[in-house]
Design a binder for this molecule. Sequence first.
Ligand SMILES: [Zn+2]
Length: 394
Amino acid sequence: MGSTFARDLYENSTTLGDTLRFVHDIFPTNEDFGLNEESHGIIGNHMYDPVFNATFGMGTKETRWWDGGEPIWVTARKHNLTSATYFWPGSETEIRGYRPNIWLPYNESHPFRTRIDRVIDWFVNENIDIATLYFHEPDHTGHVFGPDSQEILAKVREMDGILGYLMKKFEDHNLWDTVNMIVTSDHGMTSVDFQNKAIVISELVSMDTIKFTVDSGPIMQIFPVGRASDLVHELNSRNQPMTVYLKEDIPDFWHYKNNRRVMPVFAVADEGWSIVTQNSSDPEKGNHGYDNRLMSMKPIFYAAGPNFKKNFKSDTFRNVDIYPLICELLGISPSPNNGSLARVEDMLEQCETNMTNPAGSNVTKKNNVSDGADYVTWDRFLMLMIILISAMVV
Ligand SMILES: [Zn+2]
């Protein structure tokens, strides 16, 4: 068993973060914005906005839905830096007057190694300061086969090899001296079972009491016909494996309720259960979007590069803290955000140290990083998002 990306990063670099925002698949992530969901307004993959009187789906690109927050690539551009995205939620939309310098329409068919080659080229030849790189695996396989399947294990091994390929490219182009790498995710995953663990709303209350619902699965937003508190009481009285909240009673620690796109009644399923309006034959075996205090929902966070300490394990932090962390690395002032640099700055080397010991040479002290995966060290590795940031100027 040789050394691969996962093990190298784990042993030679970095930090382990662990909090995540809540709620389904929110394809859009807080890493971009440094904002809680209630602040940036992307509160689900499916949303209804009462002011727009319109619904949002994962393909919605209209600026008005996205303008509540400021992605890191916009902040970078506002400071005259260059940014690029190889797929990232919101990157196909003009936000606050900006797009990344380079962006691509989302297309899952792009081979993973091709994506890496292109991103490497941005740093080698195009003077890009920050780039994002998104892979829809192993998330996709996790949804189809579940997080405990043989298929997901095989996919994780494959993605480990993809990361090994990225590491090798970093070495080949000497990028470890000049570029920091963050490997993260925006959620974990747990097993679901629509046949045996479904909470069917239409079997609990008359659908005449519900005007419409938005989203389904781990959560459901419900717009009632009558008094919201009556519906909440009725649903909770059925003693189902879920908790139904009046919007104003949604716990503060989810940083979720203060947004007009959250409906008056909000239901959250217990882990592994799915809330649906009628019986469903959905074959999905894995999902995320449950209470973010569950270990199964925790994302990963690894980082390496000239500005990161080696062999450092961070205290728990929130993923909104990644935004001010990246701003610090870029040497720019962050726009208003919900993150805290104080919670994450311990993982950074002091600038002075960098001057006497430039480059993350220790990070690359590894054996035979190869394109092929042969060892997996992560038991939860169900989403893969990579951010590359030019090293801090010293
Ligand atoms: Zn997913």
